[in-house]
Write a protein that binds this ligand. Structure first.
Ligand code: APR
Length: 343
């Protein structure tokens, strides 16, 4: 793996490097979130208690219409905001800070790319997210606070037409968000220095075809516990395949890049901001507020310390409306250089 990591590091360090990511549940397993298909530990092998006709039924729109209980049994557990991003998530953020990140296509609905401070302009949540909740019949929107309150009493129903409501997660049988197709229309024509595919079995279409459609001028890298899809069926001579734990690979990669301090700073500051006793509502983190556009660190660590104090004051145990937007703003203001200088 080391020679491949050295090759990857030299590509990332090359002049005007452009990096694109294609990721799946495997980049969040080290955060404590099970992936879907890993034998024994994957979500789909632990759903016996739901008596599903087949594991994916939990995310099947036709099954949901008849029996929403299966999904709702998981929804509480899966709702973002309880987990810390992994080193891999923070590596994506570092690529953003170093101005080489071009896009991150993710299949994950845990929003950990956002929580790690990756700006939404770079993120394509191909399988949707918990950002918004709609009625499956009249499409009336429901705010997440009402949704979570109704969830405590049973299966939430639309307050207009009484049909079931669900988060905008893409179920089997539903189409992916327009943003996925619009941006892929553009990105599939672009040349990148490197396309990093990580933590995915590439079993679900149309996401699974993206790495095979990436320009032939782009070096493809797979960082995954197992080989999969095009990397096995239709390998390219330039492919770099690393069968490894993605965080383990990132550890070695940031050493080669000399980014280990920057990674540590992000992880530490992220922990301070995120490990408050409160849980978060994610609405604000999904706001397309253009003022949040820049993610360059604008304020010094002082601003961050002030933010931590504010969040700690607000984030009293049990108060569940601490907005992760404040936390994201705090993370975005981490001025890596000035904090590092202080070390
Ligand atoms: N490091 C590297 N690879 C890992 C790690 C890790 N720490 N943990 C798991 N993996 C690998 C597994 O070996 C597997 O190949 O990540 C992959 C995860 O595959 P899946 O469980 O199939 O998850 P994913 O590819 O994201 O699933 C795609 O399927 O059910 C749908 O909508 C759901 O978005 C999901 C889609």
């Amino acid at each position: 793996m080391d020679s491949k990591l050295k090759k990857l590091a030299s590509l990332i360090k090359s002049k005007d490097a452009k990096v694109i990511f294609f990721v799946g549940a495997g980049i969040s397993t080290n955060c404590g979130i099970p992936d879907f298909r890993s034998p024994k530990t994957g979500l789909y092998s632990n759903l016996q208690k739901l008596n599903l006709p087949f594991p994916e039924a939990v995310f099947d729109i036709n099954y949901f219409k008849r029996n929403p209980k299966a999904f709702y049994t998981l929804a509480e557990e899966m709702y973002p905001g309880k987990y810390l991003p992994s080193k891999f998530h923070y590596f994506i953020r570092l690529c953003q800070e170093k101005k080489i990140l071009k896009r991150c296509y993710t299949q994950n609905i845990d929003a950990l790319e956002r929580v790690a401070g990756v700006h939404e302009d770079y993120i394509v949540e191909a399988h949707g997210s918990f950002a918004k909740i709609h009625c499956i019949k009249c499409h009336t929107e429901m705010d997440s606070v009402t949704w979570k309150k109704l969830m405590k009493k049973g299966i939430p129903r639309c307050q207009k037409c009484k049909s079931y409501v669900k988060p905008d997660i893409v179920f089997f049988g539903e189409s992916l968000p327009a943003k996925f197709f619009d941006l892929w229309e553009k990105d599939s024509k672009d040349d990148f220095t490197v396309a990093i595919v990580a933590g995915t079995s590439l079993e679900v279409y149309p996401f699974a075809v993206l790495p095979s459609e990436i320009s032939s001028k782009t070096t493809r890298v797979l960082i995954n516990r197992e080989i999969c899809a095009d990397f096995e069926d239709c390998p390219r001579k330039s492919d770099l395949v690393m069968l490894a734990d993605c965080d383990h690979a990132v550890n070695k990669l940031v050493d080669l890049l000399g980014w280990q301090d920057d990674l540590e700073i992000l992880i530490e500051e992220g922990k301070k901001l995120i490990e408050s006793p409160a849980t978060f509502t994610l609405e604000d983190s999904y706001t397309t507020d253009k003022k949040k556009k820049t993610s360059e660190a604008e304020k010094t660590a002082r601003a961050l310390a002030k933010k931590v104090a504010e969040v700690e004051k607000v984030a009293t145990p049990g108060k569940d409306d601490t907005s992760v937007d404040e936390l994201i703003k705090g993370i975005e203001k981490i001025d890596i250089k000035s904090v590092r200088a202080k070390k």
